[in-house]
Ligand binder design. Structure first.
Ligand code: TRP
Length: 332
């Protein structure tokens, strides 16, 4: 049976882009495969969060995962650092990860460019830790966005290299996995093609945010001065609002505003007001569930413990096998 695994860094709240791009797929997958979903809190340390932020973010993402429909009984939902076996595999994989290939990684080069004051070893070996996450449970299906494909390629390289070096077939090769063309990409409110937390908080609509702020962000979204010719194409910024409408509004709402646009009668203010209401109708129940879960500390802790226990069982098996292959002494 193929195993699914994916992780989200705990660097901030989840937004609509995460919801449609990742979480809805995770929820579907948990009925089809054994699934491991985790909060990548070790990875989030590359940016040096304070202990208060760190703990709060992990808790927040855990509550958000569950509120979005990840069932901790069905899937294995865990916090990365609750399974320290991953550190051992990370160390072992580091021995066969070459500095040259790590330095050539696009995400590393980008981070150097953006944060020249914090180029730490954890950033350089980020793909090794990610490979350890994946290989720890021998997962082969990894639902991730395009930006993670190079990391996945590196995980395949490390897996294959280990197998060849020790003449074993310990690690299967993981592949990126998506439901074909159904992958929905949610654009940003700033006219960019991607909703993302790193682009600034006004660009993203968070699942757990006050309705006033959500409304304000949408009302402030970038547009142009309006169409001047019937049926003319839309600029990216306006297309973005229609694209968000496509996933949260009723089909007839979309048809109505398309028509208004094509006839050059559109008032962006009306479009935004409607969009804000539809986004809120969509987000509100999820947002309330997140609040409820955050208020139930014992429940969240219990779910985290359950996930850790399930994940460690699988992790221990792999680590034991790897230690034997390498030639470590067996601990009694
Ligand atoms: N690197 C991923 C991201 O930035 C998060 C991640 C860490 C991950 N480990 C993983 C994703 C393992 C899939 C599998 O979003």
């Amino acid at each position: 049976m193929e195993i699914v695994l994916s992780g989200i860094r705990s660097t901030g709240k989840l937004h609509l882009g995460n919801y449609f791009g990742a979480l809805t797929n995770f929820v579907k997958l948990q009925d089809m495969y054994p699934c491991y979903f985790f909060i990548a809190d070790y990875h989030s340390l590359t940016t040096h969060p304070t202990p208060e932020n760190f703990e709060q973010n992990v808790r927040q993402v855990l509550a958000e995962y569950i509120a979005c429909g990840i069932d901790p009984e069905k899937s294995t939902l865990y916090i990365q650092s609750d399974v320290p076996e991953v550190c051992e595999l990370y160390l072992l994989l580091n021995m066969n990860a070459y500095v040259g290939e790590l330095e050539r990684c696009t995400s590393f080069k980008e981070k150097i460019r953006k944060h020249p004051d914090n180029i730490n070893g954890g950033l350089l070996t980020y793909p090794v830790l990610m490979a350890a996450d994946i290989l720890l449970h021998k997962s082969t299906k990894v639902p991730v966005g395009k930006d993670q494909e190079q990391h996945l390629e590196m995980a395949r390289t490390f897996a294959g290299r280990f197998n060849r070096m020790y003449k074993c077939s310990c690690f299967p090769e993981p592949q990126a996995f998506n439901f074909g063309d159904k992958l929905v990409k949610i654009p940003g409110l700033d006219g960019s093609t991607k909703m993302g937390k790193s682009e600034g908080s006004d660009n993203a609509l968070y699942l757990h945010e006050s309705p006033e702020i959500t409304r304000k962000k949408i009302m402030k979204a970038v547009t142009d001065s309006g169409p001047i010719q019937e049926n003319q194409g839309k600029p990216q910024s306006v297309q973005n609002l229609f694209d968000i409408m496509k996933v949260v509004s009723k089909p007839e709402t979309l048809v109505y505003f398309e028509e208004e646009y094509n006839k050059c009668r559109i008032r962006y203010g009306d479009l935004k007001k409607q969009l804000a209401e539809d986004v809120l109708i969509f987000i509100n129940p999820i947002s309330q569930r997140i609040t409820e879960l955050l208020n139930h500390k014992e429940y969240l802790d219990k779910m985290a413990d359950l996930g850790a226990e399930k994940a460690r069982e699988s992790a221990r098996k792999t680590i034991q096998e790897v230690r034997e292959i390498i030639g470590f002494r067996k601990i009694q």
